[in-house]
Design a protein around this ligand. Structure first.
Ligand code: ZN
Ligand code: ZN
Ligand code: ZN
Length: 211
């Protein structure tokens, strides 16, 4: 006899699924997608993603990593990322593009206007990306994790009329949360700590998931 309980208890499968996982609101929907996009990042330091949305439609996505046609960061493409430079230092030598930068240039590449759009980012934007967001005509930035938003960044966005909003009470998609809990076997202690707290999908998790 089958163990399947989907059809035998008077509850439609769709209704049962809805009870188990409530239908996400728009903010959650787009942020969840951003966390999935993040799994494509090739930066060995930090994985970040952005999703640009207009009229509740995704018009572009981006994740951080080395430029198109350049060896991936996690394959040695960026000497700074591969070095032991502490977090936040040597950024001038880093050749990895940020997620926001890539999502905006991806829209430009395909000739899509970002004017009036909202950008969902898994990590709060840096100063450089904030300037780019302003000049791309994006009107709202919604972020999940906060990474030292400087007063200068806040001031520029505020003065330009761009809303900066943290998605309070947000929980990451189950797949990403589960991946984060995998014990990390990376050799360098600094990298191990980073994997545990900030990487959505470390190399080991990716292997476990068959990616
Ligand atoms: Zn990198
Ligand atoms: Zn780099
Ligand atoms: Zn940035």
């Amino acid at each position: 006899m089958s163990d399947c309980t989907c059809h035998d208890h008077g509850e439609a499968p769709a209704a049962a699924a809805a009870a188990a996982a409530p239908r996400p609101d728009w903010d959650t929907y787009f942020m969840d997608i951003a966390h999935v996009v993040k799994t494509r990042s090739n930066c060995s330091r930090r994985n970040v993603a952005a999703v640009i949305v207009k009229d509740r439609r995704i018009i572009s996505t981006g994740y951080n990593g080395t430029p198109r046609g350049v060896r991936n960061c996690n394959e040695g493409g960026c000497p700074r990322c591969a070095s032991n430079a502490p977090s936040g230092t040597g950024l001038g030598e880093c050749i990895c593009s940020h997620a926001e930068e890539n999502s905006i240039t991806q829209a430009a590449y395909h000739g899509i206007s970002t004017k009036g759009a909202t950008i969902y980012v898994t990590l709060s934007p840096c100063l450089m990306c904030s300037k780019m967001i302003v000049n791309a005509g994006i009107r709202e930035v919604v972020y999940d994790e906060e990474y030292s938003v400087t007063e200068q960044t806040r001031a520029i966005l505020r003065e330009a009329g761009v809303v900066l909003r943290r998605l309070d009470g947000y929980r990451r998609p189950r797949l990403v949360r589960w991946a984060c809990l995998l014990p990390c076997k990376r050799s360098r202690p600094a990298r191990s700590a980073r994997c545990g707290s900030q990487r959505a999908l470390c190399d080991r998790a990716a292997r476990a998931l068959g990616r």
